[in-house]
Design a protein around this ligand. Structure first.
Ligand SMILES: [Zn+2]
Length: 383
């Protein structure tokens, strides 16, 4: 058994508890949280605050090799079917693909992520490449694949942790029928899709299907959550709430492509499950601190009121719920994925509000302790 003593943000509400003892079993699962005074294997300094390891709710880990090549490109020219991303996937060697994935996994771990949900390109090949690399890094990847070339949908579903479609134009009613059957037998798998990222997508959906893409996806009854919803209107959001479908917003990516800032305040007010993701590495590095701070700053300029604790939940608790795994919370029964932040670091010293400090001021360099699935990843200045 592994034991950790620290001040920590506990449970789904991230409530502060002082000097608690966390007991972790050999499978890396938290089995007990108490105020017991017995000695622990890891006793964190009193200036440290233990929070759940970050869960990136939406990323494409494979395109790091295109960092900054999309700076002046449109969404379509970057990640559309004819854009630079898919062209590079066609021309790149296996070694290049692996290098690119590795670079992203290194960044994720270094920046405090202990899990991520990947929208995996390149079909079965893409799933297998990521699976292989994941076994070498202290991080959990939830792989949502999509068929490529001659791949069968069923094989992609079975090999990955679910499916992540590019848009409503990339599958048909036959696929929906297959997925319904597969999902019934495998309720733990996750089905998701990009929607309403741009006005063009909504307009194309209306002209082809006579429905906005969010309404269409909801009617298919196969999706657990949707990604983006940047141009979701009130009716779209009401549909999501009614059908208990979550949403993952990626505000940095939206800003990069000069799109709208998503209606995060309304999403939270309607009590729709909200996750936050960093999306394509070609536009920004996976850094939960930058994602949280930019979301809060951008909300202000867009006249939205969002609380820091809700943003922290969107990159931990809620992202874990969207992944359908026992992750993203420090609670009994959950994986011991822990990040200890030094609240006495120069970045955070003097702050009177831990939630604002973590979301708006903290940096990866303030992480002094990191644990993934009960195994130590990092403990600064200690053996
Ligand atoms: Zn995406």
């Amino acid at each position: 058994m592994v034991t950790v003593r620290a001040n920590a943000l506990i449970g789904p509400d991230l409530q502060l508890m002082q000097d608690i003892l966390i007991k972790i079993n050999e499978k890396g699962v938290i089995i007990n949280i108490s105020k017991e005074k017995e000695p622990a294997e890891y006793t964190l300094p009193s200036s440290y605050l233990l929070i759940p390891g970050f869960v990136n709710a939406h990323i494409h880990v494979g395109d790091a090799f295109l960092k900054d090549q999309a700076y002046n490109l449109s969404l379509e020219d970057s990640v559309g079917p004819e854009g630079i991303k898919h062209k590079k996937f066609v021309t790149s060697s296996i070694e290049e693909k692996i290098d690119s994935i590795r670079n992203t996994l290194e960044m994720l771990v270094q920046n405090g992520y202990t899990s991520f949900i990947d929208f995996r390109e390149e079909g079965l090949l893409g799933i297998n490449l990521l699976r292989e690399e994941l076994s070498k890094f202290p991080i959990r990847g939830i792989i949502l694949g999509r068929p490529a070339g001659n791949d069968f949908l069923t094989d992609v579903f079975n090999e990955g942790d679910g499916l992540g479609f590019a848009d409503v134009f990339s599958f048909n009613q036959d696929n929906v029928n297959i997925i319904k059957v597969l999902k019934e037998k495998n309720p733990g798998k996750v089905i998701s899709i990009h929607v309403s990222e741009s006005e063009e997508v909504v307009a194309r959906s209306l002209s082809l299907f006579d429905k906005r893409d969010i309404e269409l996806c909801s009617a298919y009854s196969i999706f657990d959550y949707l990604v983006h919803g940047t141009y979701a209107n009130d009716k779209d959001l009401a549909i999501l709430k009614e059908n208990n479908i979550g949403i993952v917003c990626c505000p940095i990516s939206n800003i990069h492509f000069k799109l709208r800032f998503p209606e995060i305040e309304t999403i939270l007010k309607k009590d729709i499950l909200l996750g936050l993701g960093t999306d394509n590495v070609l536009t920004n590095n996976p850094n939960p601190f930058r994602l949280m701070s930019l979301t809060l700053y951008a909300a202000k300029i867009n006249n939205q009121t969002i609380s820091p604790v809700d943003v922290l939940k969107a990159v931990t608790v809620n992202a874990g719920l969207l992944a359908k795994k026992k992750i993203g919370q420090i609670d009994e029964g959950y994986a011991a994925d822990l990040v200890g932040i030094d609240m006495n670091s120069p970045n955070l010293k003097f702050s009177e509000d831990i939630y604002i400090a973590i979301t708006m001021r903290a940096e990866p360099s303030d992480i002094g302790f990191q644990m993934h699935n009960g195994k130590l990843v990092k403990w600064k200045d200690q053996k």
